[in-house]
Design a protein around this ligand. Structure first.
Ligand SMILES: NC(=O)C1=CN([C@@H]2O[C@H](COP(=O)(O)OP(=O)(O)OC[C@H]3O[C@@H](n4cnc5c(N)ncnc54)[C@H](O)[C@@H]3O)[C@@H](O)[C@H]2O)C=CC1
Ligand SMILES: O=C(CO)[C@H](O)[C@H](O)COP(=O)(O)O
Length: 297
């Protein structure tokens, strides 16, 4: 199969490498010439523009987008639009909002697959987990590519109609937030608790047979090995948050309680505050109702 890949950053380069390694032809484009060079070194044919990419692909174009979610996806689809028809297939492998994917699928002249991608750059060697939504025929057509990019045939599946792939990935990320929060709270208690513990040793022990072993816990073990049990100068600041926000918004709309995911998201937001207004007000209110001393900076 011949695949066009647009967006050759941390994730797109892995798509290129795995598809080339599986014996397929790849044509690669990115706004960054350096990124195109890296893909070429990995065995892809370089494209100088979107037009160049589609000309190289010829009829029945199969194109994988791995650009940042949002405007970059719309800009790329706008550039592709005039070159696409109903025999073509476009895969969006990024973290797009599922509702935008449904709209894009309706507007796109090609069959459109929304593909939630999990595993991250650190999972490149193993392959990704792919959650795919959209037309069955397009999923079947791209199966050799999904086999290559995923861990294998069991590492991908069609979740259902358009939007369902990105919907499942959105919820996956909400679960990711809650798991990170649970490990974080447990290790915080161990770090501040009664015993002087080596947290790398704790996580290594847990990773070997414990009920709570997982890849995130292996990453905890790696973090403690590299940073120490006190996490060194790693800041109390967590960036990102869009996919977790979408999960909570959807849960509110569906009236499904997700307190753990919400709490993890709130902790993330809290990490970006220099001193919470609500806590300062509570400090002052205790004086108001009880004449308790106000703690001041
Ligand atoms: N990094 C991660 O752990 C994961 C990322 N994702 C998602 O995958 C997508 C890509 O993420 P990364 O590879 O991490 O991003 P990245 O920032 O490493 O790479 C994005 C690439 O897209 C290129 N690009 C941007 N706009 C473009 C355009 N209009 N035309 C062509 N190329 C363009 C950039 O030059 C860059 O090389 C995002 O939607 C992200 O949320 C999904 C799962 C895991
Ligand atoms: O999808 C992912 C992992 O599954 C990506 O790492 C994503 O970039 C995480 O972003 P955020 O922490 O802002 O939700």
């Amino acid at each position: 199969m011949q695949l066009g890949v647009i967006g050759l950053g941390r994730m797109g380069q892995i798509v290129v490498e795995r598809v080339v390694a599986a014996g397929h032809d790849v044509v690669a484009f990115d706004l960054s010439e350096r990124a195109v060079e890296t893909a070429t070194e990995a065995g892809a044919d370089p494209a100088a523009s979107i037009e160049d990419l589609v000309e190289t692909l010829g009829d029945e174009k199969r194109i994988w987008l791995m650009v940042p979610a949002g405007e970059a996806v719309d800009a790329t689809l706008a550039d592709l639009d005039e070159f696409l028809d109903g025999d073509d297939v476009v895969v969006d492998g990024g973290n797009s909002h599922f509702e935008r994917s449904v709209e894009r699928a309706k507007a796109c002249p090609a069959a459109y697959l929304d593909c939630g991608t999990s595993g991250g750059p650190a999972g490149a060697e193993l392959g990704f987990s792919l959650m795919i939504g959209g037309p069955q025929w397009a999923y079947d057509e791209l199966t050799p590519v999904f086999d290559a990019v995923a861990t294998g045939p069991d590492g991908h599946d069609r979740m259902g109609e358009s939007g369902s792939g990105h919907y499942v990935k959105m919820v996956h990320n909400g679960v990711e937030y809650a798991l990170m929060q649970a490990y974080g709270e447990g290790f915080e208690l161990l770090a501040d608790g009664r015993y002087d513990l080596d947290l790398e040793a704790v996580s290594r022990t847990w990773n070997n047979g414990a009920v709570i072993r997982s890849w995130l816990l292996e990453l905890c073990e790696e973090a403690f090995a590299e940073e120490g049990s006190g996490l060194g100068d790693v800041a109390d600041h967590v960036a990102g948050g869009s996919t977790g926000t979408w999960t909570v918004q959807e849960a509110l709309e569906q009236e499904v309680p997700v307190p753990l995911i919400y709490q993890a998201l709130a902790e993330r937001f809290d990490s970006r505050n220099e001193g919470r207004f609500s806590r300062r007000l509570a400090n002052r209110l205790r004086y108001g109702f009880g004449r308790h001393e106000v703690v001041r900076d």
